[in-house]
Write a protein that binds this ligand. Structure first.
Ligand code: NAD
Length: 476
């Protein structure tokens, strides 16, 4: 049975309760884990507060060295961790390897910043005093993570937090705790001091983290409704919050686009991780002149994505993570079809005995999805792509911005003026121009509108795990 990681202890829940983690491809039990609660979060927060007193005061270059060593050790375990992620989450082994690798790389990327915290020197009008602005770590930070990318989304929070000298109470999604435990255990084996990152498990630990008085900042990745609840609860304790929430990223393809490049990016953007990605191509707007040619290419690519158990070498797309998630996407597709959309590819479940016990679904492409369909208004968190013809860029931009979300967006065109207009006008935290939707370590990532606020990745994320303090030196 898996255990929580609280300081030096590998511990069960205080209540003694447990629950099962199941494989979305087979329904088999992968492991039994503690169902933690408020008492466990309290222990973890106390442990993190204790660790903060030494971790935050350690010379920053020493902290950087520890983090680099721990990251290297963890990276040596990618082949061990990837199958654990596949079994609990469903994604293919290739996707799991990429994700586990990204976890270690992210820790190393922020380790490089640990000893580069800069402040300011400020001349004051009174010549006998001067001011400084210093940056300090915040304290104990809470990290709450969803199930779609359990490792990268944990690293996005843990890496900048600990590099800046904070300590963490981390809560994975209840259905994907095992690979996270393996990653944190690997960091500890590699030299990360006990107590710097503590892992609590179980649905109830989320609210307990948000309410705990020792926890000063909450970073959540999750759905928009969860983000609103977390923000309201965090307000009671006046905590800082970073909210990475839902998205419905538009992609515009104009007549002058590189269609091969666009088809590849759209296919990866919509079908990677069985479509369960926050940054994804979730709405496609294609100019009339290239509409049919692009869709032909997209259908050819979808046809190559053989669904299957992520552990099988020939699977190109794992199952969806849960029955409820699949039912939601199926209902969204049905709504579009009932309103008159045409199914160009997929539209149902794959047939065969190997699919009977898992939450499998076909990659799906829908043409001429009518206005008012759920797929345009809601987040489609699965491998189904609605497509609409557009006359020109004006129409594309109007439809792209007609969403409550504002996470990512992309445009394919060889016209620099059109690309520039899209960059200026698309209401989103990220715009890719003729590029694959990859969230780069170097660039700040985060949404606008109902997709949340605050940044992960980049120097910006690191600075958001520090607080500025002004200092006046007198008597000189
Ligand atoms: P979710 O909101 O149900 O859960 C996310 C996490 O929050 C889980 O660990 C959950 O246990 C916890 N949680 C739930 N209610 C809570 C509460 N009241 N207080 C504290 N914690 C609580 O989301 P999910 O279904 O696991 O993930 C899918 C959603 O996440 C999608 O909407 C997706 O777009 C979004 N997402 C966003 C990003 C991003 O970076 N913007 C990335 C990935 C996923």
């Amino acid at each position: 049975m898996a255990t929580m990681i609280i300081e030096g202890d590998r511990t069960k829940a205080a209540s003694g309760k447990t629950y099962e983690v199941r494989n979305p491809a087979t329904g088999e039990v992968v492991d039994e884990v503690p169902a933690g609660g408020a008492a466990d979060v309290d222990r973890a927060a106390q442990a993190a507060a204790k660790a903060f007193t030494t971790w935050s005061k350690m010379p920053a270059n020493k902290r950087a060295e520890i983090l680099h060593k721990a990251a290297q050790h963890m990276l040596g375990k990618v082949e061990h961790i990837a199958p654990i992620l596949t079994k609990e989450q469903g994604k293919t082994l290739l996707e799991s390897r990429i994700e586990a690798q990204r976890f270690g790389e992210n820790i190393a990327w922020f380790a490089d910043l640990a000893d580069k915290v800069h402040g300011q020197h400020v001349r004051l009008p009174d010549l006998t005093t001067y001011g400084l602005v210093v940056r300090r770590p915040i304290g104990v930070c809470g990290a709450i993570v969803p199930w779609n990318f359990p490792l990268t989304l944990a690293a996005n929070k843990v890496a900048p937090a600990i590099a800046a000298g904070n300590t963490v109470v981390l809560k994975p999604a209840s259905t994907t705790p095992l690979s996270t435990l393996a990653c944190i255990e690997a960091l500890i084996e590699g030299g990360l001091p006990e107590g710097v990152v503590n892992v609590v498990l179980g649905q109830a630990t989320g609210e307990a983290i948000v309410s705990h008085p020792l926890i000063r900042k909450i970073a959540l990745t999750g759905s928009t409704p969860t983000g609103k609840k977390v923000m309201a609860r965090a307000a009671e304790g006046l905590k800082k919050v970073t909210l990475e929430l839902g998205g419905s990223d538009p992609c515009i393809v104009l007549d002058d686009a590189d269609l091969e490049g666009a088809a590849r990016a759209i296919s990866v953007g919509r079908f990677f991780n069985c479509g369960q990605a926050c940054l994804a191509v979730k709405r496609l707007y294609v100019q009339e002149g290239v509409h049919d040619a692009l869709l032909e290419k997209l259908v050819a690519r979808a046809a190559k994505l053989k669904p299957g158990n992520g552990l099988d070498k020939d699977s190109r797309m794992g199952p969806m993570h849960s029955e409820t998630q699949r039912a939601e996407v199926e209902a969204q597709v049905k709504d579009a079809v009932d309103r008159g959309a045409r199914v160009l590819y997929g539209g149902g479940r794959p047939k065969g005995a190997e699919y009977d016990r898992g939450w499998f679904i076909q990659p799906t492409i829908l043409e001429d999805v009518p206005d008012g369909s759920r797929m345009w208004a809601e987040e489609v968190f699965g491998p189904a792509l609605p497509v609409r013809r557009i006359k020109d860029l004006d129409e594309g931009l109007r439809l792209a911005n007609d969403s409550e979300y504002g996470l990512g967006s992309s445009i394919w065109t060889t016209n620099m003026a059109a690309a520039h207009r899209a960059v200026e006008e698309l209401e989103a935290g990220y715009t890719w121009v003729n590029a694959l939707q990859i969230a780069h370590d170097e660039l700040p990532f985060g949404g606008t509108k109902q997709s949340g606020f605050g940044k992960e990745h980049g120097l910006e994320a690191f600075l958001q795990y520090t607080e500025e303090k002004s200092v006046v030196y007198g008597g000189i």
